[in-house]
Design a protein around this ligand. Structure first.
Ligand code: PLP
Length: 369
C-alpha cells in the first residue's frame, strides 16, 4: 500500500527520546527549552512557546489576546475544524469567509467585504488566516486590512512549518503563528504544537496560559489567572528537536515530488478531469490536494485508488457545511467545492519519482471515460 503520508523518525530521534525517559525529566524540561530556541532560530522570530497541540496553540493565542464572549473572529471556510473550535471555545464567534480556489487560503476580497458589511452583535476582533496545506495566505493584504480595522491576526500555521513568502518564514514577524506537530504534519512529536510570536508581552502571557496561569517569583509560585495545562512533554520535544535540522531538505524533496505530479497529471488537467493547486516556491507541501471535476464522485475515486494499492483522502472540511459554526456572513462557494471534490494524494519525502508515476497512472485509469 502506498500511504498518504508517513512520519519520518530517525534512530537518532528515537535514541533522544529514550535518553529523556531515562533522565526523569518528563514534562517541560531541557529538551523543551532547546526545541523552543531551535525553532525560534529556524523561524527567525523572537519567541517560541511549545504547547500540547496545534489546537492548544490557537486557543492559547486567542486567550492571550483577551478574545472571548462578545467578540468575533474571521476564519476561512476551508480548513480543519480546530480553527473554528479554538475560537468557539473562547466564547467568541467564528465568522466564516470564503477561500481562493487556486491556493485554498482565505479570499482577501471576501474578507474585506465581510469586514465592511459586518453588522453582527459581536465585535470583530481578529482574523485567523489558515496557511492551508502549507500555502501562505496573502499576509501583506491581510496585514493591511488588520491595521486598517484594528484586528488582531492569529495565524493557523498548523500545516505550514517551514513555509515562507516574500516576508520570510511563516512566524518570523507574526503576533501569533500556531504550528502543529501532529503525525499528519511534516515534522511530528506525536501530539504537539508551538506558537511563534514577536511580542514579548504575548510570549509571557502565553507561557503562563499553558502552565496553570503560574509565575515563579523569588517567593515561590504565584497563580495569576485561571488557565490550562497545555504543556508539551520533554520527550516529545526531544523528537521534534532532532527532526528540525532535516525539515528544509524534506520540503525540497516534496517540491521535486510535486513537479513529478505536475508532469504526471498534466494530461488529466488538459482533459478537464482535475485541477492542481497553484504551488508557490515558499509552499511547504504538507499536503498535495487536487480538485476533481464535478462529475466525479470522490468516495468512488478513493475506493478505486485503494483497490490499486494507493491511499488517498479528502483534503479538509467546509466549516459552513459542518453546521456547528453558523452560516457564512456572506455566501461562501469555493469552500464547499474544495471540501467535496478535493482529493489529497500521497506526499511525503520518503516517496520517490517512481511512486508518483504509479499514482498518476492509477489516477488516469480511475478517471478514464
Ligand atoms: C492539523 C490542523 C490543526 C490541528 O492541529 P492539532 O495539533 O491536531 O491540534 C489545526 N488547523 C489546521 C489547518 C490543521 O491542519
Amino acid at each position: 500500500m502506498l500511504k498518504l503520508s508517513q512520519p519520518n523518525i530517525s534512530e537518532e530521534a528515537i535514541a533522544g527520546v529514550v535518553d529523556v525517559l531515562r533522565s526523569g525529566y518528563l514534562v517541560h524540561g531541557p529538551e523543551s527549552e532547546a526545541f523552543e530556541v531551535a525553532l525560534a532560530e529556524y523561524l527567525g522570530c523572537h519567541s517560541v512557546i511549545l504547547v500540547s497541540s496545534g489546537t492548544a496553540a490557537l486557543h492559547v493565542s486567542l486567550l492571550a489576546m483577551d478574545i472571548g464572549p462578545g467578540d468575533a473572529v474571521l476564519v476561512p471556510d476551508f480548513t480543519f475544524p480546530a480553527s473554528a473550535n479554538a475560537i468557539a471555545l473562547t466564547g467568541a464567534r467564528p465568522v466564516i469567509v470564503d477561500v481562493e480556489p487556486s491556493s485554498y487560503t482565505i479570499s482577501v476580497a471576501a474578507l474585506e467585504d465581510t469586514i465592511r458589511c459586518w453588522d453582527g452583535p459581536e465585535i470583530l476582533k481578529g482574523i485567523m488566516p489558515v496557511h492551508e496545506f502549507g500555502a501562505v495566505a496573502d499576509m501583506g493584504k491581510i496585514g493591511a486590512l488588520a491595521s486598517q480595522y484594528s484586528l488582531r491576526i492569529i495565524e493557523d500555521a498548523a500545516c505550514a512549518l517551514g513555509a515562507r513568502d516574500a516576508g520570510g518564514k511563516v512566524g518570523k514577524t507574526s503576533e501569533a503563528a500556531c504550528f502543529s506537530f501532529h503525525p499528519r504534519k511534516t515534522l511530528t512529536t506525536g501530539e504537539g504544537g508551538a506558537i511563534a510570536t514577536s511580542s514579548l508581552e504575548l510570549a509571557d502571557r502565553m507561557r503562563r496560559l499553558r502552565n496553570h496561569g503560574m509565575e515563579r517569583t523569588a517567593a515561590g509560585m504565584r497563580f495569576m489567572e485561571p488557565a490550562t495545562n497545555y504543556r508539551m512533554t520533554n520527550f516529545q520535544a526531544a523528537l521534534g528537536l532532532r527532526q528540525l535540522p532535516h525539515l528544509d531538505e524534506w520540503i525540497g524533496k516534496r517540491h521535486r515530488l510535486y513537479r513529478s505530479y505536475q508532469n504526471g497529471l498534466a494530461s488529466l488537467v488538459a482533459e478537464g478531469k482535475l485541477v492542481v493547486p497553484r504551488i508557490e516556491t515558499g509552499h511547504s507541501l504538507q499536503t498535495f490536494m487536487v480538485v476533481l471535476a464535478s462529475r466525479f464522485d470522490r468516495a468512488e475515486v478513493i475506493h478505486a485508488l485503494r483497490e490499486r494499492g494507493i491511499e488517498s483522502n479528502l483534503g479538509a472540511q467546509s466549516l459552513s457545511a459542518i453546521g456547528l459554526y453558523g452560516k457564512p456572513f456572506l455566501p461562501s462557494i469555493n469552500g464547499g467545492v474544495l471540501a467535496d471534490k478535493g482529493l489529497a494524494l500521497p506526499m511525503f519525502e520518503q516517496l520517490d519519482e517512481n511512486d508518483i508515476s504509479v499514482v498518476c497512472d492509477a489516477m488516469a485509469a480511475v478517471l478514464a471515460d
